[in-house]
Ligand binder design. Structure first.
Ligand code: RB5
Length: 145
């Protein structure tokens, strides 16, 4: 994938990584929908996971990225929106497989778990890897819906 609109959001744990991602994505020609948060003030991750989930599910964004301390809480929130498949990834392998097998449309990262370089590797893998397709993966993804 090399173009489109990406919705991105984080809670108070992740604005600096969000800003780095935003700059990288814009450099690469994506339109970035930055849904906050924009500072260190404590906020509630469900609000931000929901916002990205809704942007992806409605088609306003092609894919989403959500960031919190662990990636877990914000991914749970995003996954409550029908049509969203948010995957918490910790490395290139989990990110590639989330795309190949799960057709993940939202990447969830935890800034308290992985460092910025691994996070950037995950970002690259998320956009470089296509869904494998095939009857078994399509069937399984259908069951998630
Ligand atoms: C916020 O302190 C923290 O709970 C949040 O960033 C996240 O890790 C939740 O899953």
């Amino acid at each position: 994938m090399s173009e489109g609109t990406i919705a991105i959001a984080s809670d108070h744990a992740g604005p600096s990584l969000k800003d780095i991602f935003k700059a990288k994505l814009e450099e690469r020609g994506y339109t970035v929908l930055d849904l906050g948060t924009h500072g260190a003030e404590s906020v509630d991750y469900p609000d931000y996971g929901k916002a990205v989930g809704e942007a992806v599910a409605s088609g306003e964004a092609d894919r989403g990225i959500v960031i919190c301390g662990t990636g877990i809480g914000i991914s749970i929130a995003a996954n409550r929106i029908p049509g969203v498949r948010a995957a918490v990834c910790h490395d290139v392998t989990s990110t590639k497989l989330a795309r190949e097998h799960n057709d993940a449309n939202v990447l969830a990262l935890g800034v308290r778990v992985i460092g910025p370089e691994v996070a950037l590797d995950c970002l690259d893998a998320f956009f470089a890897t296509e869904f494998s397709g095939g009857e078994r993966h399509v069937r399984r993804i259908g069951k998630l819906g």
